[in-house]
Design a protein around this ligand. Structure first.
Ligand SMILES: [Zn+2]
Length: 386
């Protein structure tokens, strides 16, 4: 009899589609846990990415009964409503970037993210939980639940350098002079000699290289030069004293007078050289100019390069001109060129006002040796002394 009443009740329920009396119980089977597959996107620093998770939670509802062959509600497999909670933490990256879309709630299976201004990994984590949808009706078996444990998935998004940009590191920022230096040329007639520096302002390569969330200027391939021109010999109307034995003693005093530089610190006017001169002494003079210039210009360039390379550009994702090495370089290159050019002026300033002292002394070594030899050979006293 009891079994018959179940059947009748069930039939009424189904025919009338009306809240009815169910005699069995429902059971949620949560043995299918929440599944979640996280996909994180790698991107360049300060760029955008979308991380996503594919998740589902299928719960099975079944009816157990003892005699009633058809439940009030059908058995079946139902998708539970899922909630999402996104978070991030540092990996090898010192920063974590910024989420730019909602990070929690129903249906938030993706999250938009702006990468930090630094390279390295950021751990992206999502927690997926179910929001147990209530089952209409009141015939749950005791303890039956469709509430699955939350699951967590995490992975690393790798933040990379923009295309064409490199990590900072060891580099050759030294000043390169030709080795060997160009030999003096001897076609000059506009004066006794000249050392050319203006035409050889240093050229260099500039790269903004990445280091710890900044772009660091790296100067390489610093190239410069310095050339010497000396008066042509023979020089019409003049005698290039290459060998003091060539000077007749009758002309010794004239030669000594012409070759004697009475004041080595007078600004480089040199000895009179009315007739007698020495191409070798001019070479010594200009070579000394070149040596001193190389020292001064190298020092000034080294100082400029040290200043330039110590001044990094902090990468700021809100500032377009800092987001790539190329943009940072275009922002900085003019000011850097100004500093490199300033090194040239700094070297000139460092040498002045004694710029002619060393060269005059170097030339005097040659002149004085010639004079000494002439004096000895021709018996001229007292000898010239410094
Ligand atoms: Zn000079």
């Amino acid at each position: 009899m009891k079994q018959k009443s179940y059947v009748i009740a069930a039939l009424i329920c189904h025919v009338l589609a009306y809240p009815c009396v169910c005699f069995g119980t429902y059971l949620w089977d949560t043995h299918t846990p929440i599944t979640a597959t996280l996909t994180v996107e790698d991107t360049d620093l300060c760029w955008y990415a979308t991380h996503s998770v594919q998740a589902e939670d299928k719960d099975k509802r079944s009816y157990t009964h003892s005699g009633d062959p058809s439940p009030c509600y059908p058995d079946g497999v139902f998708d539970d409503t899922l909630t999402y909670e996104w978070s991030k933490s540092v990996g090898s990256n010192p920063q974590t970037g910024t989420f730019t879309s909602p990070t929690s709630g129903e249906g938030v299976s993706t999250v938009d993210w702006t990468a930090p201004p630094c390279t390295g990994t950021v751990k992206i984590k999502v927690q997926v939980d179910d929001k147990p949808d209530p089952m209409t009706g009141s015939h749950l078996a005791d303890g039956s639940t469709r509430n699955d444990p939350a699951v967590e998935e995490e992975d690393f998004a790798n933040v990379t350098l923009p295309s064409g940009c490199n990590d900072a590191g060891a580099h050759d920022n030294s000043v390169h002079w030709p080795d060997p230096l160009p030999a003096p040329t001897f076609n000059y007639t506009a004066g006794w000699g000249v050392t050319h520096t203006d035409a050889f302002k240093a050229t260099y390569d500039l790269e903004m290289a990445y280091d710890n969330c900044t772009w660091v200027p790296q100067i390489t391939n610093v190239q410069t030069n310095c050339t010497i021109e000396v008066h042509t010999s023979p020089f019409a109307g003049h005698v290039d004293v290459t060998n003091p034995n060539d000077i007749p003693c009758a002309n010794a005093l004239d030669a000594i007078n012409d070759l004697w530089d009475a004041d080595l610190h007078d600004g480089g006017s040199g000895p009179p050289r009315n007739v007698y001169w020495s191409q070798a002494a001019i070479v010594a003079h200009e070579e000394k100019h070149r040596t001193e210039w190389i020292d001064a210009y190298t020092d000034a360039l080294d100082a400029a390069i040290a200043t330039i390379e110590a001044d990094c550009t902090i990468i700021d994702c809100s500032d377009y001109w800092t987001k790539t090495c190329q943009d940072a370089e275009s922002t900085r290159e003019d000011a850097i060129a100004t500093l490199m050019n300033q090194a040239f002026t700094d070297a000139e300033t460092a040498l002045a006002p004694q710029v002619e002292w060393g060269p005059s002394e170097a030339a005097a070594v040659v002149y004085d040796a010639l004079i000494d030899s002439i004096e000895d050979r021709c018996g001229i006293t007292p000898k010239k002394t410094r």
